[in-house]
Design a protein around this ligand. Structure first.
Ligand SMILES: Cc1ncc(COP(=O)(O)O)c(C=O)c1O
Length: 389
């Protein structure tokens, strides 16, 4: 099954000069990022719920001062992201990983405010070590309510390893933790969250005041134009009032939604039962979710469906399946021609590889309000060489 791209369109990127950056290059629009952050901050202002940015989705840390101005902190997936959070971001730091190692726990718990465990066994193993460093403990619960478009991206899918199944929660578990964590959504709207809340409320009733916080994870498309933010705010206010808890959300995608593009160029055009363009952008190296989900990323200024010429766009690697998709062009593209894929700020630059020695895209910050452009980083042969020995 193919996932659908969620992009709402090019926005300000339709005015971006694609030739102004090296190719390939991830370009992040600071203005759009700030718009997203303002929307998230408005949810906090209206509901009192605190929003953490999930570094796994978007950790372009040159934007950390801006992100930290609007959000309450960060959510990390382990020691490296926790270090990054403390080095560049401010606010509360929460960490969840499916399992932890003994030799990382002292440092991790020293960095984090909340350490969230996947199972009661992990709590038994690490509770003393983590609390000795001052961290509060949480348990991730799986509501076992599959609602995802694709099973691979649904933490509540059958046989999921993410979170303790809700039926296994015993009363004494509430005595061992300060908070509950539930992350079971992926790019979803409020109605799916409402379904999750209906599983969470009986748990909070059972906890009977023993918890001090509730973390509702990520997967909330709060900054998408059709997200029902009003309903979210009402729901969060109700939970807060009913249970007197600190409430956290830790979205990733919503922070950087539609705030970035990946610029690339055509290297060659060939013919095999239709035109094929070889790009300097690789699906497997630069946009792995295209193959993993799979999904077809939107192309900036694609011609209307059925008009012009349909061209297969593929990457420079040896992988036969390194194909981004088939796209409509007014005219057959030519070598050197620039193009860009939309909504490429999240789960893209954090997931790149140098398979085949394909160069990593440069990183640029653009401000669509002023058209100012800053090339933050260009990668070199040494970055490739340095990953192996
Ligand atoms: C535990 C946890 N929190 C937060 C997130 C961020 O989710 P999203 O980027 O879908 O909002 C994820 C994503 O996988 C996650 O696993």
């Amino acid at each position: 099954m193919m996932m659908q791209t969620k992009t709402a369109g090019p926005g300000s990127f339709s005015g971006f000069d694609l030739s102004s950056v090296p190719s390939p290059c991830f370009v992040t629009d600071m203005a759009r990022l700030e718009d997203n952050l303002r929307l998230l901050n408005a949810v906090t202002e209206a509901s009192g719920a605190r929003i953490l940015t999930a570094l796994k989705a978007f950790s372009l840390w040159s934007t950390a001062p801006l992100v930290s101005r609007y959000l309450a902190g960060t959510c990390a997936s382990g020691l490296y992201e926790a270090r990054l959070a403390r080095a560049h971001y401010s606010g509360l730091l929460s960490c969840f990983a499916p399992a932890y190692k003994t030799d990382e726990m002292d440092e991790l718990a020293g960095l984090c405010d909340h350490i969230i465990f996947n199972t009661p066994q992990q709590i038994s193993r690490f509770a003393n070590q983590a609390t000795a460093q001052g961290a509060e403990l949480g348990l991730r619960v799986n509501p076992c309510l599959p609602q995802g478009e694709v099973e691979k991206y649904d933490p509540a899918a059958p046989r999921s390893r993410l979170g303790t199944p809700v039926s296994q929660l015993a009363d004494y578990h509430f005595d061992q933790i300060s908070g509950l964590h539930i992350h079971s959504l992926c790019e979803q709207g409020f109605s799916e969250l409402a379904n999750v809340i209906s599983v969470v409320k009986p748990l909070l009733d059972r906890a009977g005041g023993r918890l001090s916080w509730l973390n509702l994870g990520g997967g909330h498309m709060i900054t998408a134009p059709d997200y029902d933010r009003e309903a979210l705010i009402n729901c969060l206010c109700d939970l807060k009032q009913r249970y007197d808890l600190d409430i956290y959300l830790e979205p990733g995608t919503a922070i950087a939604f539609d705030a970035g593009i990946l610029v690339g160029e055509v290297m060659d055009i060939m013919e095999n039962d239709g035109p094929i363009a070889i790009l300097d952008i690789s699906a497997t190296c630069h946009m792995p979710d295209v193959l993993e989900a799979p999904y077809r990323p939107a192309l900036l200024a694609e011609a209307d469906t059925g008009t012009g010429v349909l061209v297969r766009l593929g990457g420079p690697s040896c992988l036969a399946g390194d194909v981004i998709g088939d796209y409509w062009f007014d005219h057959l593209p030519v070598p050197g021609q620039r193009l860009a894929f939309l909504d490429q700020a999240h789960y893209s630059m954090v997931k790149t590889t140098t398979f085949n020695g394909v160069p990593l895209p440069a990183l640029a910050l653009w401000d669509s309000r002023t058209d100012s452009l800053q090339l933050q980083k260009q990668f070199s042969y040494e970055d490739f060489e340095g990953r192996l020995s």
